[in-house]
Design a protein around this ligand. Sequence first.
Ligand code: GDP
Length: 487
Amino acid sequence: MKIRVYQLAKELGVPSKQLVEELKKLGVDIVSYQSTVDEETADLLRELLKAEPLQVAESGKESKVESTEEETVTAEAGKSEKELAPKRPPVVTVMGHVDHGKTTLLDAIRRTRVAEREVGGITQSIGASVVNYKGQKIVFIDTPGHEAFTEMRARGAMVTDIVVLVVAADEGVMPQTIEALNHAKAAGVAIIVALNKMDRPGANPDRVMNQLAAMGLIPESWGGDTIYVPVSAIKGEGIEDLLEAIILIADLLDLRGDPEAPLKAYVIESRLDKGKGPLATVVVREGTLRVGDFVVVGTTYGKIRAMFDDKGDPISSAGPSMPAEIMGIQDVPEAGTLVQRVDSLEEAERIAKSNSDLQRDKQQKTRKEFSLEEILSSSEEEKPVLNLILKADTAGSLEAVQNALLKLEKGEVDMNIIHAGVGAISDGDVILAEASKALIVGFNVRPVGKTNKLIEEKGIKVLTYRIIYDLVDDMANLLKGLVKPKE
Ligand code: GDP
């Protein structure tokens, strides 16, 4: 009888990641936590881990891991288990092509929660929902789509841990599916695929798996580590399986957040309420936000007079991963703004004012383009990386350009095509370029009218070509680190 690594991990009470490491040390050839091991190996591990229990500091209790060997496993992030912060719930964003069922899926997920509460009635959405599944919490960002997601990332606000990529099983992969996938990849978040509309007669999940496998999302049933969950959002089928998959991945990611750490929270939505004044929904990353706190929210500030959870009920505090709508700030902040706690209202006012001065200065000097140096120095690798977003007029020309670029000999610089797509250069491309410090290259395409404005605002470098040799030549020179791109 074979057993999956994560099942064994659960049985032994250790994180899957740790078990994968253990297996690798034993020289067992496994791909991921989804891989199976045979009875013999499982028994060996049971023996090993029983003999030298590897402790997991769940409750913050002192765990006495005996010196040496185990340290290499537990000290991965340079911390020993007892220093690790408590686990926090995963924060999930739903993405996918238009009409593939993102909104319907979110509704179906929220319905499970409403049923749980046995309460009817509509509460105003605060921009995030908390779902309780088998005693574990999952936080869903209510605004689906990759543009909002990447816009937040461009501001340095990473709140999402897991992306659910929705693909209609009858229609298959579409342009925005690829876009969403590339946005998620560029952000480095975990991806789960929801194969939606399984109730439709034309549903063909195998075709979708084939299409996405070609883009790197290899299904676990084929030996990869991407989970595909068939669902019908409209019928509410498969929702529990999806939640189960999210919990599994969250476990594997070993998400942690320290409620005692200095506060780090981000605005995900804001609005002006006639009675309550400016309201902002924030998601806490670290620390704990409390009623009575003095906060700076970008260029605005205030004392938190009240906080509400996703059901609209008043709460007094919100810890890691939790969303809360806050009341008491002076103005309506932008999504992506960092929320900081300070000691007094005077200090909050002073910092907010200095933030707003800074912002004004910045706006006065119209944003200069990202220089090539900035693009190249953005990578943390030793070798600089040229991030490219490629857009072309047809699938054929896109492929031709990609193939030609792949043949280029790498010089002092590595090339990384973070997104390639057919069609005009769009706002989404610009936002992705900003967040990933990328150069946009268009072949036989240009930015559409309003996108030109955004390009200017964000200072993104865009090069367009009509002749493939020119394009390839320029890129070759860039890779050699020789030539600055023409203006
Ligand atoms: P979004 O643009 O991705 O948010 O897609 P929507 O959630 O608005 O769904 C688009 C259309 O697909 C709507 O007419 C939905 O009723 C329909 N739809 C969504 N999920 C399903 C499903 O599981 N099965 C079927 N048959 N239709 C669905």
